[in-house]
Design a protein around this ligand. Structure first.
Ligand SMILES: [Zn+2]
Length: 455
């Protein structure tokens, strides 16, 4: 007799392989289902609560949820040896004696649902959105993925213009266990939110360079949210499932060619990642196709900001923001990007969104603002040498066309500046004792501004 695993005591420990397995051919004759949340055994985490649709009057369960900002639909890849092709039927389970008892294969499916619902819950809460696209979009999940996805996980989640699934493989023997762990699934789910809600476009070819920097930013953010979601799910601890939250991919994989990645030590990632912008000594790849490598700079910035560790060149962050403080910066930066007309960005653009986020949340020249800047300096993405200043002239009083305003526009700096304005009279600087970014000016005069980047 086959044995299956149950959760007789709710969330927590399972009772492994001691119950009879249910009949696999149950039905739901009247087709009346209720949405339930119930404790089930999962491949990695023993007993967890998940949602599903439960046949009211028969034993059938469908691994689907619809409601409360989530819309999730599970399919499975099944190889048909006669047709020599795969089919993708819905994932269904059967109860036995009113109990849920799952086989090894079903434990993987249950774990995938747990990981996806955890990621979905996080994003709907953090951004106040309805599903990954804020439009109730259906998330199709293919578990036990075969072919190219068998030893991987991929996400092209979309409902519009055509449905596109998240694919989760069962892993390759000797390399990975099933790719349904929270570290991997949270990473993939993040791609869905970035592709759809934030509209961070990985495909549009404006320039190859801009497309690939956008792809690298996506990979960094996907790892960053994998960290944030596990931190959140474990009540603010820096571990999840007995592993460091700063490690990506080690829950499932033990001998994968590219995993794990170590966000706290990018140089040790199985496929080495950069820890300093545009510096090959610190593993920056000169090949822009190496977007996982380059993503290391941004995810390492998040690590330094959260923990206050020194950068690889000894740069210091005086006040760590902890994971929660850094998380708030990332959320605000993404809200700014969501409202931005552009869909592709350079690393410098992304840096500037996080600086603006710090100013929005904490104020200009605050300790938090300083920490964001120091962490960017520590990964080589902020350098006083690149500051440039331009001017904008406005005419607030059209009745008097000689009465104008002059604004200094500073780019590529920290955002915390001191301004000192002068009028130039016969080559001599006359101090105006004005320190704002904008000053009143009169026509037919020459002005100069001295800008000090205080950070
Ligand atoms: Zn990715």
């Amino acid at each position: 007799m086959n044995t299956c695993t149950t959760c007789p005591n709710g969330v927590g420990n399972w009772l492994q392989n001691q119950n009879p397995c249910p009949d696999i051919n149950c039905a739901c004759d009247d087709n009346i289902f209720s949405s339930l949340v119930e404790t089930v055994p999962t491949h990695y985490y023993q007993c967890k609560d998940i949602g599903f649709k439960d046949c009211d009057n028969d034993d059938l369960i469908k691994l689907q949820v619809n409601g409360n900002n989530e819309n999730i639909f599970f399919l499975k890849d099944v190889w048909d040896p006669i047709a020599q092709t795969t089919n993708t039927p819905e994932v269904e389970w059967c109860r036995i004696n009113n109990e849920i008892a799952l086989s090894e294969t079903e434990l993987i499916e249950a774990n995938a649902m747990y990981s996806i619902q955890t990621a979905n819950d996080y994003f709907t809460g953090a951004f106040n959105i309805n599903s990954y696209d804020n439009n109730g979009g259906q998330l199709i999940v293919i578990v036990h993925a075969k072919g190219v996805n068998a030893n991987g996980a991929s996400s092209s989640i979309a409902s519009n213009p055509a449905p596109a699934p998240m694919s989760l493989g069962d892993g390759a023997i000797g390399e990975c266990n099933p790719m349904v762990s929270l570290d991997i699934v949270a990473h993939e789910y993040t791609h869905g939110v970035l592709n759809n809600y934030i509209n961070l476009n990985q495909n549009l070819v404006t320039t190859t360079e801009l497309r690939l920097s956008t792809v690298a930013i996506q990979e960094a953010l996907a790892d960053i949210f994998s960290i944030i979601i596990r931190h959140d799910e474990n009540g603010g601890q820096n571990t999840w499932n007995n592993q460091s939250i700063w490690t990506i991919g080690a829950e499932a994989c033990f001998n994968h060619p590219n995993l794990p990645r170590y966000v706290n030590a990018p140089q040790n990632s199985v496929s080495t990642q950069a820890s300093y912008y545009q510096d090959p000594v610190h593993n920056w790849s000169n090949n822009q196709m190496d977007y996982y490598n380059r993503a290391g700079v941004i995810s390492y910035w998040f690590y330094l900001l959260s923990t206050g560790q020194q950068g690889v060149k000894g740069d210091v962050i005086q006040q760590a923001l902890n994971v929660n403080g850094s998380e708030n910066i990332i959320i605000e930066a993404l809200n700014l990007m969501e409202n931005d007309i552009r869909t592709q960005y350079t690393f410098e653009d992304f840096r500037d969104f996080t600086i603006q986020a710090a100013i929005n949340l904490h104020g200009v020249c605050t300790n938090q603002h300083r920490s964001i800047v120091e962490a960017w300096v520590a990964v080589g993405l902020l350098d006083c040498a690149n500051i440039n200043i331009s001017f904008e002239e406005n005419d607030p009083t059209p009745a008097d066309p000689c009465d104008k305003e002059l604004t200094a526009i500073v780019n590529n700096g920290s955002g915390c500046y001191n301004f000192e304005w002068f009028r130039i009279d016969n080559g001599v600087e006359i101090p105006l004792n004005l320190n704002g970014v904008t000053i009143p000016v009169l026509c037919n005069n020459t002005y100069r501004v001295k800008v000090v980047d205080t950070f």
